[in-house]
Design a protein around this ligand. Sequence first.
Ligand code: HPA
Length: 274
Amino acid sequence: MSNVYDKVMGCLESVREKTDFVPKVAIVLGSGLGDYAEKIRVEAEIDYSDIKDFPVSTVPGHAGKFIFGYVDDVPVVCMKGRVHYYEGYDISDVVLPTRLMKLMGAEILFLTNASGGINTSFGAGDFMLITDHISTFAPNPLIGPNIDAFGTRFPDMSEVYDKDLQDIIRQTAKDHNIPLKEGVYIQFTGPSFESPAEIRMAKTLGADAVGMSTVVEAIAANHMGMKICGISCVCNLAAGLSTNPLTHDEVQAAANKAAPLFKQLLTESVKRFV
Ligand code: HPA
């Protein structure tokens, strides 16, 4: 069919040589959530490097593998580490893992990430339920010949983040006294952090939080008909909103600090998905 299609199908074959586990929920772990496996009754693990042609991340803190198992009774596949466009991969490789998890059987995609807060009511350590996104500044992962087996040429994006899943996450946060903001996430390519002028632009465009992932994965998943939800951990104020220079270490430290509560919100929400 196409190189992109053949590559994903080759990865699926490679995975199926190692496990026949069928997940219901696919979870992408952002910065700081790497040890989420402790919440999973693990059935199988596959290092990305053991999957033929699979893109392997180069970012410190993003070393990668798929973890298959159960959160409560919900079968999940968890991505410990994702690849980012700024690492130099083709955009179709950035979304390959998302497509692969759908082909493994996952119907729901739960995206998590670390972000910079643009909305001035947000502070470091806040969680933001993603209600919509702005993809304009990242390459669209569906550019190229359409893969009809995956979805339609011009997919509707008017409700990428599933309303029912959003309600479940809101209610879960409330029941566990976990403060939860909501808003629009904008993806820039990175790897440089944004300039203050870019953040002012993003704010004008309606963005509440900024990061370097997630949106392209959501687009590819929506193309394939997955139900999608996402939570962003706001790790810093975006450029120009504080006097501190931004560093990856600061982002990682804030993500690590917020991780226990983030993991609780993730686990308790996933339990309610079925
Ligand atoms: N900008 C982009 N990506 C990020 C940020 C930010 O401020 N914080 C965490 N990831």
